[in-house]
Design a protein around this ligand. Sequence first.
Ligand code: ATP
Length: 215
Amino acid sequence: MKRVAVFGGTFDPVHNGHLSIGRKLIELFELDLFVFIPAFHAPHKPDRKPTSAYHRFAMLAIATREDEKITISTLELDQAKPRYSVETIPELKSIYADTKLFFVIGADSWQDIRTWKHWEEVLMMTNHIVVSRPGYEVEVEHVTESIRGRIIDLRGVRSGFRQHEKEEDSIYFTDAVFFDTSATDLREDLSDGKLDRKDDIPDEVAKYIEKYDLY
Ligand code: ATP
C-alpha cells in the first residue's frame, strides 16, 4: 500500500520549516509522496488576505523542484473558495485510494484544533502527524478521551517509526523536526527589507520574492 502525507497551509511564503517537515517525514514515515496543499484562503485566518495563489504556488514549486517525492496539489486553489479540512479529507481519500494517508499539522494547529470545523470528525477521518514547533506545547488536555486514545507519541524516537505504527487510523506526535521560523516573522522581515533569516528560506525563493516585490 502506498504511503502519502498531505500538508495544508497558506505557505505565504513557504519556508525551511515547512520543507524540513516534508523531507524528514518522508524519511521517518517511509512515505512514497508528500503533498503540499496550498489553501485558497485559510478559513481560520480570515484577518489577512494571503498573497496571490499563483505566487504562493510558484514559491512552493521553486522550493521543491529537486525533491522527487514532494509534489503540490492544486485541489484547494482550483476550487477557488475557502475549504475546511472536514471537506477536503474525504476528497483526498478518494484521490489517494488504497493508500495509507497521513494529514500533517504543526503544534500550533494542534493547539487550536478545537476551533476547526467538526474537529473531532477531522481527527477521526484519517491518520494525522503532529509536528513539534518551538514555542508551542503539544498537549492533550484539550482533546476528548476518544481522540486521546488514538495518539501514538513518538517524541524522542528518531528511527524505526513503522514498528510503532498501528493498522487503525492514529495520531502520531513527533519532535524529529523542530524548526524555529514562521511565515509571519518572515513577511515582517521582508517588508522591513532585512532578511537576516537567510537560513529560513531557500535562496531561490528569496530571489523570487525580491523579483516580484511580494512583501
Ligand atoms: P503564519 O506565520 O503566517 O501563520 P506559518 O509559518 O505557521 O504561517 P502556514 O502556512 O500557516 O505557516 O502553516 C501550515 C502548516 O505548517 C500549519 O499546520 C503549521 O502549524 C505548520 N508549520 C508552519 N511552520 C512550522 C514550524 N516551524 N514547525 C512546525 N510546524 C509548522
